[in-house]
Ligand binder design. Structure first.
Ligand code: AMP
Length: 598
């Protein structure tokens, strides 16, 4: 096959036949975006023609776009909850999909405090695999020589649960790493990881991280890229190194494995990797005992060319810390995906984080776009929103993504707001603007305004015996600490100055708030330790009025002023912090079990 350059890059042609094939596929998909979308919708609708869902809306086997749009409603997870619950309870009839539901993917988005359950079918795994297979061919256009070394990737699985009807429920990456597509992937010089499968597939996060870090240290001279899925995951790994380098260095020095690693398959595979290497151990001790960890990544892994992590959306808050530890290495955000559907990839991975645009691949699902105007009235039943097709979006406009999938989600609102930045061939490219309704997020947790409000209400119950109430509050995701944590600013009305709330009760208020937050938050606190204890900062009376004065001085209208329920600008947090009267932390972790509460 002629190897021609299909994506403009400084380096020109693809580096292998395989890459050329992948790039050709991208070219074909993006050059015919609208036709591919028409075909995908027709395939989805004919595959699922007999499902209860499509029949309920009288589609009668029609596969045309306009019929589909006129008959099928745009829905949210809550609208589909009854169908999803029936599938979870064991109903095997074709409710949403004519293909058997193979498992549920547990989203980090929650509904009524629990992870959303996304039904999926076996063939979707191949579609996800296809998108993965496009990433390195694009990267190879920009970074040469990635076949000459390895990737140090911190990848993890979580425990799976079963629904009452016996279907597995687990995160999409846990499903992928356990698939044959991943476990028995053929050797590919561009995709060699330092982490053995045994470590990636160990559900004990300490043992998994320890082993992955150990392998990364042993193979430090071979590592060409360091990564995790999201930026928060990579920072967690750095924190882990800060806490565990002595023990890791000991293992390297002696060629033995810490007794904390009890997983038999890890012990077996590590026995082939570990050899006493006192010189390397000394190097690690020397680097890690230095108080200054600036540029620690290139210091330990000197051949690192980039950090393979996502730093768009909620992850942008971690860019300064990553830059500190990496000396500003590039951070290509390679793909945009979700439990519902994998969407697309970044065709210019070496661009600045603020310039990242994702090209949605039209073969992955059928995509529609709901114009997003924050000032518009919400759509009513009489005037439903007019959705735009993938090929018809307009540059500069913001849209909410709506997806129909082969697994049977139809016109499903994903909840992501995207802005069109341009086109690649006939496929639009999008900047990820934000997730709708998310106020606070440290890693995969997403807390919205209603959840925060409820948590404040539940915690304030404890203040009643002190005749005290919360008059104003706001919040802040503090990611300057690792792990990051939620900070809640409270202004209190203490009615009896002789009986103010005690330290102990304010600490318990922190815990009461955590108990009210959704299960993804609590899991991150309890099982993953990726979020630190929640903090309440009580501010002096009158602080929120000062906050309003500040906003008005900056042009806000008194009539329309609302207390921001989340603050992230430095002058505002500085103003609040300067008025802090007392600080309180959760004394223990909230409850969390893998079982769903309902
Ligand atoms: P989940 O359902 O837990 O798989 O999370 C999927 C969500 O994560 C998406 O809908 C986005 O809100 C967010 N997400 C995924 N990929 C990216 C990305 N590249 N940049 C920003 N946010 C992302």
């Amino acid at each position: 096959m002629a190897v021609d350059s299909v994506i403009s890059s400084p380096l020109g042609p693809p580096s292998s036949e395989k890459d050329a094939y992948a790039l050709q596929f991208i070219k074909e998909m993006t050059s015919n975006a609208d036709a591919v979308q028409e075909r995908v919708l027709s395939e989805i609708l004919s595959q699922n023609a007999e499902t209860e869902y499509l029949q309920r809306f009288g589609l009668n086997g029609a596969t045309h776009r306009e019929t589909f749009k006129s008959k099928i409603p745009v829905v949210t997870y809550e609208d589909l909850q009854p169908e999803i619950q029936r599938i979870a309870n064991g109903d095997r009839s074709p409710i949403l999909s004519s293909h058997p539901i193979s498992e549920f993917l547990t989203s980090s988005g929650t509904s009524a405090g629990e992870r959303k359950l996304m039904p999926t079918i076996a063939e979707e795994m191949d579609r996800r695999q296809k998108l993965y297979s496009l990433l390195m061919p694009v990267m190879n256009l920009y970074v040469p020589g990635l076949d000459k070394g390895k990737g140090l990737y911190f990848l993890f699985v979580k425990n799976s649960t079963k629904t009452p009807g016996g279907l597995l429920a687990r995160p999409v990456l846990t499903s992928y790493y356990n698939s044959k597509q991943f476990k028995t992937r053929p050797y590919d010089p561009y995709n060699v990881y330092t982490s053995p499968n045994e470590a990636i597939l160990c559900v004990d996060s300490f043992q998994s991280m320890y082993t992955q870090m150990l392998c990364g240290l042993i193979m430090r001279q071979e590592v060409l890229r360091v990564g995790a899925v999201f930026a928060s995951g990579l920072l967690r790994a750095i924190r882990f190194l800060q806490l565990n380098w002595r023990e890791l260095a000991h293992d390297i020095s002696t060629g033995t494995l810490s007794p904390k690693i009890t997983d038999a398959s890890i012990r077996e595979c590590m026995s082939k990797v570990l050899k006493p290497d006192p010189e390397l151990a000394d190097f690690i001790i020397q680097e890690c005992s230095d108080e200054n960890w600036e540029r620690i990544i290139p210091r330990i892994w000197p051949k690192t060319k980039y950090l393979d992590v996502i730093v768009t959306g909620a992850m942008a808050q971690y860019i300064p810390t990553l830059d500190f530890y990496s000396g500003g290495l590039p951070k290509p955000c390679t793909m945009y995906a979700s439990s519902e559907c994998y969407f697309g990839l970044n065709l210019k991975p070496m661009c600045k984080p603020s310039e990242v645009s994702y090209t949605i691949m039209p073969n992955m699902g059928y995509f529609e776009f709901m114009p997003h105007d924050p000032w518009a009235l919400p759509p009513s039943r009489d005037s439903p929103p007019r959705l735009v097709d993938l090929a018809d979006v307009e540059v500069g406009k913001e849209y909410e993504l709506v997806v129909s999938t082969y697994s049977g989600l139809c016109r499903y609102r994903v909840g992501d707001i995207l802005q069109v930045t341009g086109f690649y061939n006939s496929a639009p490219q999008f900047r990820f603007v934000r997730r709708k309704n998310v106020l606070l997020s440290i890693e995969s947790d997403k807390t919205d305004e209603a959840e925060l409000q409820k948590a404040i209400e539940n915690a304030s119950v404890l203040l009643r015996e002190f005749n005290t109430s919360v008059v104003e509050y706001t919040s802040f995701a503090d990611t300057r600490t690792i792990p990051g944590h939620y900070v809640i600013y409270w202004e209190l009305l203490v009615r009896e100055s002789a009986n103010p709330p005690t330290d102990d009760v304010l600490n318990r208020c922190c815990l009461a708030m955590e108990e009210s937050l959704n299960s993804v938050y609590r899991q991150s606190r309890v099982a993953d330790n990726s979020i630190g204890p929640l903090e309440i900062r009580v501010v002096k009376n009158g602080t929120f009025e000062e906050l309003m004065d500040y906003a008005i001085s900056r042009g806000a209208s008194i009539n329309q002023y609302k207390v921001p329920r989340c603050v992230n600008s430095t002058p505002i947090t500085e103003l609040l912090d300067a008025r802090v009267a007392s600080v309180h932390f959760s004394p223990s972790a909230p409850h969390w079990t893998p079982e769903r509460r309902r």
